[in-house]
Design a protein around this ligand. Structure first.
Ligand SMILES: Nc1ncnc2c1ncn2[C@@H]1O[C@H](COP(=O)(O)OP(=O)(O)O)[C@@H](O)[C@H]1O
Ligand SMILES: [Mg+2]
Length: 332
C-alpha cells in the first residue's frame, strides 16, 4: 500500500466579491456574489513509503492547499486521499501521531520561550516521554548544528536557526510521513545546504516518506528523484526529474571554441546568441536544429572544440511555469 494516495482531490475556495463603496456593502447584504477559486482540481498521485518527492509549481498553483488537505487542516470539496491508510481530515488521533506538516512561512514554536522549552512543550503535547524527546533533541540538534542554540529564545534565533528548530519540533514524534512546505524559504545559503543535507540523510536513515515543496531548484535537484508538478490546481507532470528535460526542453546549448580569435559574425539566424567573443561562441539552438546548426558553424569558422549541453533544468522549469501561467481565459 502506498504511504500517500490521492485521487481526484479537489478544493474550491469561495470568496465573496465585494462591490466597492457603502452601496456595495448594502448590496452585499442582500445578495452575495461569490467567486470560486479552484485551488486543487482532480489531483492524482501516490507516494510509496520512504520516497522523497518534490512537489513543484508556480505561486498559487495549489501546493499548500494540497498539503493542508493531506495534513487534515482543510476539508476537500471533492475526491479522496489516504495517508498511511487514514483519511486525513477525519483527524484520527493515531494519524496525528504519525505525520508532520512544516510550513516554512509560519512559526509553530513559541516565540517567547527558549528553543529547548518550546521543544519540551511540543513533546508533551504529543505525549512523548522526556527521555525520548531528550534523545531526539540531542541527536537532531547535533546533526543540524544548533546544539548551542537550545537556550536562546526562539524570537532571538536567526531565521536559519529557527527553521532548524521548527524541523526538530516536526520530527520529535518520529513521524512516518513528513509534509514540508518551503522549509528553506529565505534561509541563507549555508543553512539551506545544511537543512538539505539533513533531510537527505534523515530520509535515508529513517525511510520517512517526504513530500517537499521548494522554490529552490537546488533543493529539488539534490533531494528528489521524482517530482510532481502542479499548476492551476492540476497535475501536469509526474515523473523522474531528468524526464523533464526530455519532455519539455526545447533547446540545447552549443558552445564553439574558435581555432583563432576572430571578429564577431552574424549568427542570429542560427539561434539565440548567448555569448560571442573573439574565441568563443555560445548559442541556444532548437533541439531538432542542433545537427544542421553545428554543420553550418563548422562551415563558417575554424573550430577548435565543440560542446553540446542541455539547458539547466532550473531554466526549463522556469520557462515551463512562465508558459503555463499565462491566463487561460482572456481578461475582460
Ligand atoms: N483561504 C483561501 N481563500 C481563498 N482562496 C485561497 C485561499 N487559500 C489559497 N487560495 C487560493 O488558492 C490558490 C492556491 O493557493 P496555494 O495552495 O496557497 O498555492 P501555492 O502553495 O502553490 O502557492 C491560489 O489562487 C490562492 O489565491
Ligand atoms: Mg504555498
Amino acid at each position: 500500500m502506498p504511504a500517500i494516495e490521492v485521487e481526484n482531490l479537489s478544493k474550491t475556495y469561495r470568496t465573496y466579491k465585494k462591490a466597492p463603496g457603502i452601496l456595495g456593502a448594502f448590496k452585499g447584504l442582500i445578495h452575495r456574489e461569490y467567486e470560486e477559486v479552484h485551488a486543487a482540481s482532480r489531483v492524482n498521485f501516490s507516494v510509496e513509503e520512504g520516497e522523497l518527492v518534490g512537489f513543484l509549481g508556480p505561486n498559487g498553483a495549489g501546493k499548500t492547499t494540497t498539503l493542508k488537505m493531506l495534513a487534515g487542516l482543510l476539508h476537500p470539496t471533492g475526491g479522496r486521499a489516504r495517508v498511511l491508510g487514514y483519511v486525513p481530515w477525519e483527524r484520527h488521533d493515531e494519524y496525528r501521531r504519525q505525520f508532520s506538516l512544516l510550513l516554512g512561512q509560519k512559526n509553530q514554536l513559541w516565540w517567547d520561550l527558549p528553543a529547548r522549552e518550546s521543544l519540551d512543550l511540543n513533546a508533551r503535547i504529543y505525549g512523548i516521554s522526556a527521555e525520548q524527546a531528550g534523545r531526539t533533541v540531542d541527536e537532531l540538534t547535533e546533526l543540524l548544528d544548533v546544539r548551542d542554540k537550545l537556550n536562546v529564545m526562539v524570537r532571538e534565533l536567526s531565521l536559519g536557526e529557527r527553521m532548524k528548530m521548527e524541523l526538530i519540533a516536526a520530527l520529535l514524534h518520529r513521524p512516518k510521513v513528513l509534509f514540508l512546505d518551503e522549509p528553506t524559504i529565505g534561509l541563507d545559503v549555508s543553512s539551506q545546504k545544511k537543512v538539505r543535507e539533513f533531510l537527505r540523510e534523515y530520509n535515508r536513515a529513517n525511510r520517512t516518506t517526504v513530500l517537499l515543496t521548494s522554490h529552490y531548484m537546488a533543493d529539488i535537484q539534490e533531494l528528489c528523484e521524482r517530482v510532481v508538478i502542479i499548476d492551476h490546481g492540476t497535475i501536469f507532470f509526474d515523473g523522474r526529474l531528468e524526464e523533464i528535460i526530455d519532455r519539455f526542453a526545447d533547446f540545447k546549448l552549443v558552445t564553439i571554441d574558435r581555432e583563432e580569435p576572430e571578429n564577431p559574425i552574424e549568427l542570429d539566424s542560427l539561434g539565440e546568441v548567448v555569448e560571442q567573443s573573439p574565441t568563443r561562441v555560445r548559442l541556444k539552438v532548437k533541439r531538432d536544429r542542433v545537427v544542421p546548426v553545428c554543420k553550418e558553424l563548422f562551415d563558417r569558422m575554424p573550430v577548435k572544440d565543440i560542446d553540446i549541453e542541455e539547458v539547466p533544468i532550473e531554466d526549463i522549469i522556469r520557462e515551463l511555469f512562465d508558459r503555463k501561467s499565462v491566463p487561460e481565459r482572456p481578461r475582460v
